[in-house]
Design a protein around this ligand. Structure first.
Ligand code: 5AD
Ligand code: SF4
Length: 492
């Protein structure tokens, strides 16, 4: 038995044994999807309106992509997609990378119970990284009895089956797998943006940074075959997508688990060569694996985005050692300086953790030193959050007052550098992809430059998805106001 209702079982987890081939599995799920569609049609008859669904995403780009898959399945089953959580099928696709992400989900689940009281047809599902942790599942089982379905990250491709069973009235389904060797990527996807899309290239992570829960909840690293990836990119391009983001926890180690597979830089070149693709981004590289070959591809290929997100985590060699990052302050600096010299137009952003166990003011000084020397275009700064089961969780914590002081210092330095880098763009004319209507200023749209900077410019909804040459007129510190300067460039 590989999956079941989980009632009365001591442990909710299974390791899937690959009894059916990926192809057979996707056909099986197609069948479930058709059956689920029948159930949704019956529900529509019963309630006299089209049932609605809502998927709320917490966390990273990988989760955002998974949510597009969940929405694709729900839409094909017959649901109308709604932004409101007062819907007939609501999914929380959760993140557990830091504790505050968990707490937000538990907090918001409370509100859903009110909706459920007034809508007897409502179903609530919780999936994503949080559910891969037994402690969270126990809490969901005990304190949130109105959650109908809990499933994990490894078996998301079985969602059509779970949806069907849930609609048939099965109660309190808990479907969790310990891991999987499977990559089933053939189910429908509801893209959030018509013009850009994430494309998974690897799943899981083998790095085991000592603070990080990801290797435990997302499992060992698995690469998709380049053939499949390129096929997906071609399909997306044929469907109007011009910008893709190659997604993985450590994209540079792409293909290491598949003998004879392309390297990550080679994969980037092939993706750039797909007709219709104009921009290629990737998220996230690990500094220890960032090759000169990748730098060359970015230098030579104008379609490669002028942006590298290179998580540093800390500038202190001792803290990096304790984090198991496998590079030193000097090695990180050497790589960052190489990027700055060889790719002067590339924006560099980073992730920084403040308050990792054992961090002293001298360690923070090292972090500040790297920020100043690299002068990051932006950085996400996080306060260290102990995650149960990770090695760092049993290390001595830093006093809170010290963490807050360090956090303030790091944030101030990050912001000063971001402003300084942003100001260098003033007056330049760069290509921007118009992404959406500006929510603050009527009559304006927001475009993203290849280097990830946002520019607001006069425009309307008809421009969404188009590329324009934009002059950066007004520097607002972290973004610009600008104007189109040349004739509109066509999309194809
Ligand atoms: N505490 C704080 N930040 C964390 N990150 C990952 N795990 C933790 C943790 N336990 C941050 C890292 C990573 C980003 C996605 O989240 O900076 O790069
Ligand atoms: Fe977590 Fe480190 Fe893997 Fe990133 S590389 S997902 S921080 S273990």
């Amino acid at each position: 038995m590989r999956a079941g209702s989980g009632a009365g079982r001591r442990n909710d987890r299974f390791t899937e044994r690959g009894e059916t081939s990926d192809r057979a599995e996707s056909l099986r799920q197609e069948e479930y999807l058709q059956r689920a569609a029948q159930e949704v049609a019956d529900l529509e008859q019963e309630i006299g309106r089209r049932p609605t669904c809502c998927v709320t995403t917490f966390g990273c780009q990988m989760n955002a992509r998974d949510s597009e898959k969940l929405l694709g399945i729900l839409r094909r089953a017959g649901y109308a997609i709604s932004e409101s959580e007062d819907a007939d099928f609501v999914i929380y696709n959760t993140c557990t990378v830091r504790d505050n992400a968990d707490q937000r989900v538990f907090g918001r689940l409370g509100r859903l119970s009110h909706y459920k009281k007034s809508n007897p047809h409502m179903k609530i599902a919780v999936c994503g990284c949080m559910t891969q942790e037994q402690g969270n599942v126990d809490r969901l089982r005990k304190s949130y009895p109105y959650v109908d379905l809990i499933f994990g990250t490894h078996n998301l491709f079985r969602f059509p089956e779970y949806l069907y069973r849930c609609l048939r009235g099965e109660k309190r389904m808990v479907e969790l797998w310990e891991g999987t060797g499977r990559i089933v990527e053939t189910l429908p996807v509801e893209r959030r943006y018509p013009y850009k899309s994430g494309v998974n290239i690897t799943f899981g992570c083998d790095n085991f940074c000592t603070y990080c829960i990801v290797p435990y909840v997302r499992g060992r690293e698995r690469s998709r075959s380049s053939e499949e990836i390129l096929e997906e990119v071609r399909r997306l391009a044929a469907d109007g997508v011009t910008e893709v983001m190659l997604l993985g926890q450590n994209v540079n180690s792409y293909g290491h688990d598949l003998p004879g597979e392309l390297s990550f830089p080679e994969l980037c070149r092939r993706v750039c060569a797909v007709e219709g693709i104009r921009r290629v981004r990737f998220m996230t590289p690990h500094p220890k694996d960032f090759s000169d070959e990748l730098l060359e591809v970015i230098r030579e290929e104008p379609k490669m985005a002028r942006h590298i997100h290179l998580p540093m985590q800390s500038g202190s060699t001792e803290i990096l050692r304790r984090m198991n990052r496998r590079y030193t302050k000097e090695q990180y600096l050497a790589l960052a300086e190489k990027i700055r010299t060889r790719l002067p137009d590339v924006a560099m952003t980073t992730d920084i953790i403040v308050g990792f166990p054992g961090e002293t003011p001298a360690d923070v000084e090292d972090t500040l030193d790297v920020i100043r020397r690299v002068c990051f275009d932006n950085a996400y700064t996080f306060i260290y959050s102990p995650r149960r089961g990770t090695p760092a969780a049993s290390m001595e914590p830093v006093p809170e007052a010290q963490i807050h002081e360090s956090f303030g210092q790091v944030l101030a330095q990050v912001q000063a550098c971001a402003r300084e880098r942003c100001s260098r763009l003033a007056g330049q004319v760069l290509e921007g992809l118009v992404e959406e209507l500006n929510t603050q200023e009527a009559g304006y749209v927001t475009a993203r430059l290849s280097n990830n900077t946002l520019v607001h410019l006069p425009g309307d909804a008809s421009m969404i998805g188009q590329y324009h040459r934009i002059r950066l007129d007004e520097d607002h510190g972290f973004y610009y106001f600008g104007q189109i300067v040349t004739e509109q460039e066509s999309n194809g």
